[in-house]
Design a protein around this ligand. Structure first.
Ligand code: DAS
Length: 423
C-alpha cells in the first residue's frame, strides 16, 4: 500500500489480509518493509505491499521532559556516583527498538528514585558515556580519577560506579589495583535489562550498591543480582568476579572466592572477611602499560604467535588448558622452545587456566614443569582478566621492571586465594 506516512516511534494499527496488527514503527533501512515492535516486545517486518490500510494511533513525541535531581536530604549520608554508560544508563529508543544511552544523567532520579531515598547522592560525575566493550585503559584512568576525586570528599561515605556489563570485571579488577590503599567502599554495578523493561534488574542493583557504598567495607566490589529473582544482591571482590552469563540478571559470579556480602535494598549481611574503612586521603596509582595481551590457547595453535607478541608487546597472559598447560615436545608443536627464547629476551609470559575455577599447578604433569623451567609464571587461582589488568598495571611501573614475576605473585588486592572455597 502506498502513502503510509508513518514516522519511527509512531504507534500504528495496520490492516493486513487476514488480521489487524498494532505496534510501534521502528527505523528500518529497507524501505519496502515496515518494521514494527509489537506489544509483546517482538519485532516483525511486514512487506508494505501486504498492508491494505493503516492509521496512526499515537504520534511519536520526543521526551523533552526535564528531570531534576532531588534536593539533598541532610538526614541521609552522602555517596558519590560515577556514570559511564552501558544498559544501566540507557533506555529503550521507541524509534529504533534498541537501547540508547541516557542523554541527561538527571534522568537517573526519574528512573531510579529509590536510590535517592537510601543515600544523598552528593555528586554525579560522567567522565564519558560508552558501552563497556568500547573501553580501554584510557577509560579506566578517567574512572580512576573520577572515583579518587569523590573518595577524597570528606562528606562522601563511598562511591557507586555504574557501568556496562560486558567488561565490568576488567574495570573492577583494575580499580582494585589502582586503589590498593583504599579507605572507603568503591561499588560497581550494572543492569542486564534497561530500566524501561518490567524485568529490569537496575533498581535493586542500584539500591544494593548504595547500601554497600554506605557500609564500612573499604574494598572495590561488584554488586549485582545474587539470583534470577529480584530479592537480593551479592557484593563480590573486584578481582574475583566474572560475567558468566550473557543475559541472566545474576550474570556475575564470585570465582575462587566467597562473596563478601549478601546485600538487600535495606541492609548488608557480611559473609566473609574484608578490609575495613579508615581515615585518610586516597591516592590512586594509575600507572598502566597497554603493551600487554591476553590469549586463549586452543588445540593446534601455532607457537609462532609468540614471535608476534614478543615483538609488539611487553607481556602476555595465556589462558592455558587445565592446570596451566601448553603443548610441550609433542608432535613438533613444542611451545617451550619459543617461550624460553622470548622470556630470556625479557618478554613476560604468565599462565592462567581456561577452567576459570581452581588453581593452575606446574608440578602435576611433566609438561607443567617444562613450562616452569622455560620461565612461564603460573598465576595460582587468578582470573585471566584480573591477571591481564594486573600485568598492565605492574608493567606501568618502571621501578618494578626487574621483579615483575614477584609482583605478579604478590597478593595485592585479594586476586590470589591461598585456600579455595568449596564452590
Ligand atoms: N554493551 C553492554 C556493555 O556496555 C551493555 C550492558 O550490558 O550494559 O557492557
Amino acid at each position: 500500500m502506498a502513502g503510509l506516512n508513518f514516522s519511527p516511534g509512531d504507534k500504528v494499527r495496520l490492516r493486513l489480509a487476514l488480521k489487524e496488527l498494532d505496534g510501534v514503527v521502528l527505523e528500518n533501512a529497507q524501505s519496502e518493509v515496515l518494521l514494527l515492535k509489537l506489544d509483546s516486545g517482538y519485532n516483525v517486518g511486514i512487506p508494505k505491499e501486504n498492508i491494505l490500510a493503516g492509521r496512526v494511533l499515537k504520534k511519536f513525541v520526543e521526551d523533552k521532559k526535564k528531570f531534576f535531581l532531588p534536593k539533598p536530604d541532610k538526614k541521609l549520608k552522602s555517596i558519590g556516583l560515577v556514570v559511564t554508560g552501558g544498559t544501566i544508563a540507557s533506555k529503550l529508543d521507541a524509534r529504533t527498538g534498541g537501547v540508547a544511552p541516557l542523554t541527561d544523567v538527571s534522568e537517573f532520579a526519574n528512573f531510579y528514585p529509590e536510590i535517592f531515598k537510601i543515600a544523598n547522592v552528593k555528586k554525579i560525575v560522567v567522565p564519558f558515556m560508552t558501552a563497556s566493550e568500547s573501553m580501554s585503559s584510557e577509560h579506566w584512568l578517567k574512572i580512576g580519577n573520577s572515583v579518587e576525586e569523590l573518595l577524597n570528599d570528606s562528606e562522601i561515605e563511598g562511591v557507586v560506579v555504574t557501568h556496562g556489563t560486558d567488561f565490568l570485571h576488567y574495570t573492577s579488577a583494575v580499580l582494585s589495583f589502582f586503589f590498593v590503599n583504599l579507605n572507603k567502599p568503591v561499588v560497581l554495578t550494572y543492569a542486564q535489562r534497561s530500566v524501561d523493561r518490567a524485568s529490569s534488574d537496575a533498581n535493586l542493583n542500584l539500591q544494593c550498591a548504595a547500601q554497600m557504598a554506605l557500609s564500612n567495607c573499604a574494598e572495590v566490589v561488584l554488586v549485582g543480582h545474587g539470583s534470577t529473582n529480584d530479592d537480593f544482591c551479592f557484593a563480590i571482590r573486584g578481582t574475583k568476579v566474572r560475567k558468566l552469563h550473557t543475559s541472566r540478571r545474576d550474570a556475575f559470579k564470585s570465582v575462587n572466592d566467597k562473596p563478601i556480602a549478601k546485600v538487600f535494598s535495606d541492609k548488608v549481611e557480611f559473609i566473609s572477611g574484608y578490609n575495613v574503612k579508615h581515615e585518610g586521603k586516597v591516592r590512586g596509582d594509575f600507572s598502566f602499560n597497554d603493551k600487554v595481551a591476553l590469549v586463549k590457547f586452543y588445540p593446534g595453535q601455532d607457537s609462532s604467535i609468540l614471535d608476534f607478541y614478543a615483538l609488539k608487546y611487553k607481556g602476555i597472559i595465556i589462558e592455558g588448558s587445565g592446570l596451566g598447560h601448553l603443548p610441550v615436545g609433542e608432535q613438533g608443536n613444542d611451545w617451550s622452545l619459543k617461550l624460553k627464547k622470548h622470556i630470556r629476551n625479557g618478554f613476560v609470559v604468565c599462565i592462567t587456566s581456561q577452567c576459570i575455577f581452581g588453581r593452575v599447578d606446574p608440578f602435576v604433569y611433566s609438561n607443567g614443569r617444562k613450562l616452569l623451567d622455560a620461565g612461564v609464571v603460573f598465576l595460582e587461582d587468578m582470573l585471566a582478566e584480573t591477571a591481564f589488568v594486573k600485568l598492565g598495571w605492574i608493567l606501568g611501573h618502571y621501578g618494578w621492571k626487574k621483579n615483575v614475576k614477584e609482583k605478579m605473585l604478590e597478593n595485592l588486592a585479594g586476586e590470589i586465594n591461598e585456600k579455595l572455597p568449596i564452590m
